[in-house]
Design a binder for this molecule. Structure first.
Ligand SMILES: [Zn+2]
Length: 111
């Protein structure tokens, strides 16, 4: 089974799997899932469609999940569900290390 993920609604990065996370990007592993029903599920993303600690299964086939990094979601004022997130082209794993500009953005996001 391969990795898959979604684009965060707040920034242009994917929800990252916990493996080989670059230093400074740890916050991109912490996800918030908003469902059309209004449910909000938070936790670490396992890279395979589950959010801990309860291994909540993201219903990506029919559930139109909206995904955020927890930090981005909080910085945006904890918005409610607005629509499904795009799936991530990098699958939350196959991405380049952050550039210096992206490291700066990560610092600002985590403040
Ligand atoms: Zn984000």
């Amino acid at each position: 089974m391969g990795f898959f993920s979604w684009q965060c609604k707040g920034c242009d990065h994917s929800i990252k799997s916990p493996y080989s996370l670059p230093e400074g990007w740890e916050y991109m592993n912490e996800a918030v899932l908003l469902e059309p029903s209004g449910s909000i599920i938070m936790g670490m993303y396992d890279g395979y469609g589950r959010i801990g600690p309860g291994d909540y299964e993201v219903n990506w086939e029919t559930g139109d999940p909206e995904m955020w990094h927890k930090k981005c979601w909080e910085n945006a004022g904890k918005p409610e569900y607005t629509g499904a997130s795009d799936s991530a082209a990098d699958q939350g794993f196959f991405y380049d290390d952050p550039s210096s500009k992206e490291m700066q953005e990560a610092l600002e996001a985590s403040e």
